[in-house]
Write a protein that binds this ligand. Sequence first.
Ligand code: IPE
Ligand code: IPE
Ligand code: MG
Length: 224
Amino acid sequence: MNPLKHVAIIMDGNGRWGLKYKNSRNAGHRAGLNTVEKIIKETIKNNIKFLTLYAFSTENWKRPKKEINFLFNLLENFLKDKIEELNKQKIKLKIIGKKNFSSKLNNLLNLSEKKTSKNKRLQINLALNYGSKTELIFAFKELAKNKESINEKNLKKYLQTKDIPDPDILIRTGNTKRLSNFLLWQVAYSEIFFEKKLWPDFNEKDYYKIIKKYMSIKRNFGKI
Ligand code: IPE
Ligand code: IPE
Ligand code: MG
């Protein structure tokens, strides 16, 4: 059995789901939140310590302003509603990506991180305004600035995932096989699962199936 510490998920397909069932992309984003809650529960049930969720990429700013505003309102309300509950469940919330939102949202994010910072049961990394290329460029710049030698150990110090193991599993829902600038360095040896289902249709059973499949994979890491 493979150890399983970290699952990373590209939660894709909300917009298509919303258009298909409710004639509105935003309805899909709302529905996607239910899946987030289900997946958090199942992650805890399986005693997995790190869950990284891709919620907004550096490229998603190219979307219509209306959709962007809806997404961040949704996030704000979700955090306001649920942060106490997450805290009670001993979940630590960490934002990865650059927090350059409204000061209201930045404050809420900082507060949520602070409130949950001592929790040890599960760490959720929420990737917001996250892009792997930006993350890597920042890290290389830090190495250059500090005149440190360029090696894996030093580079890792400047990644936003510096304190945690690389993902064992990467899941992308939504029937698309690409990484869309997510954790390019960190997924070097992850087991990758591309799911046909759109994110709002993805459920704990689908997730558990992936976990079980992962357990049976022979991970080589270059060895035989
Ligand atoms: C993923 O769903 C969530 C975000 C990027 C915020 P999409 O909004 O990309 O949904 P599709 O891919 O258009 O269906
Ligand atoms: C990736 O989905 C980003 C998130 C899930 C947050 P996108 O829908 O933005 O990816 P592309 O543009 O189809 O590659
Ligand atoms: Mg998409």
